[in-house]
Structure formats: C-alpha cells, structure tokens
Design a protein around this ligand. Structure first.
Ligand code: URA
Length: 186
C-alpha cells in the first residue's frame, strides 16, 4: 500500500475511534494533514484555526502564508514538505489545545510520522514540541536540531506567535534559514 493510502487509513481511524468527540462536534471537519508524503521534512503545528477548519487543510490562514514565505526563502514550496498539527480539530475560539487532547491525538501523529519517515521533523510552537520532545523550553532550544530516539527534530517558534512580533519574527526567519544545512548534514 502506498504512503497516501496508508495515511488515509490513519485518518479513517481517527473518525472511527471518535477521537476527541467533543472537539469534533464543534468543528466543521477533521484537518488531517497536507503535502508530500515522500517529503524529507514534516512540519507539525498546534491545531487548526478558523480558515483551516473551513478548508480542511492545515496552515491556510495568515500563519500559513508566513510559513509559505519562509519556505520560499529557502527555495521550497508547500508541495516539497508534509504538514500537519498535533490536534486535528479546531479548538473552540482557538483556545490552546488541552493536554488530554494532545495525548489523544499523539498515537495518530506517530502513525503519520511512521508512514512518512521524514529525515527531519520541524515542530512549530511549544504544543507539538512538548509531545515529541518533552521537557524542553522553546525559548532555549529554538533553531537547534535535537536527536531523540534516532530521529532529528528542529524546534521552531510558531509562525502565528512570530507574525506580529518583530523580534520573534526575525528569529524564526533566521532559524528557518538553517534548515537547508541541517537537512544536508543528516
Ligand atoms: N496554526 C496551527 O498551529 N495550525 C494550523 O493549521 C493553522 C494555524
């Protein structure tokens, strides 16, 4: 079975297993993931926002536009990466995902990663970092590749947090610029 079909099965299992049913009831749809399942890199955000909930795809709003711009700066397009979120339904009023919501979705995120087997996993913001690289502080480790259980991770600030914060915005752009050399070194 190809990677895309395997990913479809994971998506079906989230629905069949009624993961976070309360969130699902308030959301328009499941926002599973998008992009190239053969990519070298998987980017993982927090949870869908309003635009993502309506369109069914991750990072299609303002944060997504900024992410696309940073990808372009390093010569990549959205089709060159795979992108998803730890929590796959929009939390009401864009509140932070709850610990139990992140825990409930983690096995499915792990299945996605197992299928794609990327060289590099880029976590965007503290929520996806916390579940995959527990115990780290984003302000201390952003932009530094971390090896954990034979997988290389790059924790970055979240593009939505950095969007309107000049200092953090430049830090994220600078961290992003490290990606090509990090990938090359793997
Ligand atoms: N922020 C996220 O973390 N994920 C999205 O898909 C959109 C905005």
């Amino acid at each position: 079975m190809g990677k895309q079909s395997q990913l479809e099965k994971v998506k079906e299992r989230i629905i069949i297993n009624k993961v976070c049913e309360e969130l699902a009831e308030q959301a328009t749809q499941l926002v599973f993931g998008d992009g190239n399942p053969d990519a070298d890199m998987v980017f993982i955000g927090e949870a869908p926002g309003k635009n993502e909930d309506l369109q069914g795809k991750p990072f299609v709003g303002a944060a997504g536009k900024f992410l696309n711009e940073m990808l372009e700066m390093i010569g990549l397009k959205r089709g060159d990466i795979y992108i998803t979120n730890i929590v796959k339904y929009r939390p009401p009023n864009n509140r932070d995902p709850l610990p139990e919501e992140k825990t409930a979705f983690l096995p499915y995120l792990r299945q996605q990663l197992e299928i794609i087997r990327p060289k590099l996993i880029v976590t965007l913001g503290r929520h996806s970092m916390d579940v995959l690289l527990p115990g780290l502080k984003i302000s201390q480790v952003h932009g530094q590749p971390k090896k954990f259980k034979d997988q290389i991770y790059l924790p970055l600030f979240h593009p939505a947090a950095a969007l309107y914060n000049g200092g953090m915005r430049q830090t994220l752009i600078d961290d992003f610029a490290l990606i090509p050399q990090i990938l090359k070194a793997i």
